[in-house]
Design a binder for this molecule. Structure first.
Ligand SMILES: *Cc1c(COP(=O)(O)O)cnc(C)c1O
Ligand code: SF4
Length: 349
């Protein structure tokens, strides 16, 4: 058995396990973890002990999870937008294919909290074949985004079999894997895995780091290995109240990511997923943070701040509004707060 397998197997999954590692009153959490499973592996236990709540709140259950009256179970309407089991077809040219029901750790703010890690997310070979048939027969699908759960929690062989079947479909140009494993179980990024992934180019990986403390030497090594295999890496960060909702923390995170060749891709406004309301910030706060990043940080390190519209309506970019137009003249202030203007070409109106 690989080391990463045994690390996952020996994770904290019960309140008794949790009490062995952390102090606190966890008595109210039993009900929560029967509904929303807990999994905290030893790599993350060490990280929580070292950095405290900025990591701990992402993985240790909280009583607020069952006090949530603002959010809904499936805010992105993924179930309505699903033409085949575990397949979400929302945009014309790309689909989301869920290939794993499990993750290396369960994030308390997960968008698919209603199903991830539970028996509701069982992915059978028949289901997968049905999804692949749909992709095959819809030649407008140019990109398949493989997610879950975490696809990299599958064995190398199972993942390779899925990638092979996708590569056998001529109309599929791009394969993108979404995985939090570089942040939650970096030892899973083995040389064998990386070598296997390198056979399926053009293959992209979008990973998910939320706080600079997650960029340990192990996590950095995992990303560098993937980048060295020619896999372009992006990062989808979630804006989380009390964890990363300030410009300084995000600036530090995005700079560190760029250094290890991970390009910040999205900063997500938290979804309206039931049990996660306590993580939400306001969009005003998010936009104010973005305003403090533009100009002060390499453009390559600045992600698109976006909210995924409820009801499966798609991602909406949220950008600070810089421009006031008066007649033919645009007025704005730059990143230093200096006023400037730009005249539109008059003869083109
Ligand atoms: C987010 C998402 C995608 C990918 O969107 P990009 O803007 O290309 O990253 C595709 N399908 C679904 C269902 C999604 O939620
Ligand atoms: S790794 Fe992703 S899918 Fe898994 S629990 Fe965390 S946010 Fe959800």
């Amino acid at each position: 058995m690989d080391t990463w397998h045994s690390i996952v197997r020996d994770s904290i999954t019960t309140i008794d396990d949790l009490k062995k590692h952390f102090d606190g009153d966890f008595s109210a959490l039993d009900d929560i973890i029967t509904q929303y499973p807990m999994r905290i592996n030893s790599y993350l236990v060490d990280l929580i002990k070292k950095h405290g709540s900025v990591i701990g709140r992402q993985f240790i259950p909280h009583p607020d999870e069952i006090q949530d009256t603002a959010c809904t179970a499936d805010p992105l309407a993924e179930e309505q937008l699903s033409p085949a089991p575990n397949l979400v077809h929302k945009y014309p040219d790309r689909v989301l294919l869920l290939v794993s029901g499990q993750c290396a750790a369960y994030c308390r703010f997960c968008t698919r909290k209603r199903i991830v890690g539970t028996a509701k997310m069982r992915i059978t070979p028949d289901d997968l074949d049905a999804a692949l048939r749909y992709i095959h027969s819809h030649t407008e699908i140019k990109e398949v985004l493989i997610s879950g759960g975490d696809p990299l929690l599958l064995s190398d062989n199972r993942l390779a079999a899925i990638l092979e079947k996708l590569r056998a479909i001529d109309s599929v140009e791009i394969i993108r894997i979404g995985s939090r494993i570089p942040a939650t179980l970096p030892m899973r990024i083995t040389c064998e895995l990386v070598e296997m992934l390198g056979k399926f180019h053009p293959l992209y990986i979008n990973t998910h780091f939320n706080h600079p403390a997650e960029l340990t030497p192990e996590a950095e090594e995992a990303c560098i290995k993937l980048a060295d295999a020619g896999i372009p890496l992006g990062c989808q960060t979630v804006l989380l109240r009390g964890i990363n909702d300030d410009a300084q923390t995000l600036q530090c995170l995005f700079r560190k990511l760029l250094k290890i060749r991970v390009r910040p891709y999205y900063l997500f406004q938290a979804d309206l997923s039931l049990g996660t309301n306590h993580f939400r910030t306001t969009t005003d706060q998010g936009i104010a943070i973005m305003r403090q990043l533009y100009g002060h940080l390499s453009g390559m390190a600045i992600p698109t701040y976006a909210l995924d519209a409820p009801g499966g309506k798609g991602k909406i970019p949220l950008t600070p509004s810089y421009i006031k137009q008066k007649g033919d003249i645009l007025y704005f202030t730059n990143f230093l707060g200096e006023p400037c203007c730009y005249p539109e070409p008059r003869n083109f109106r």
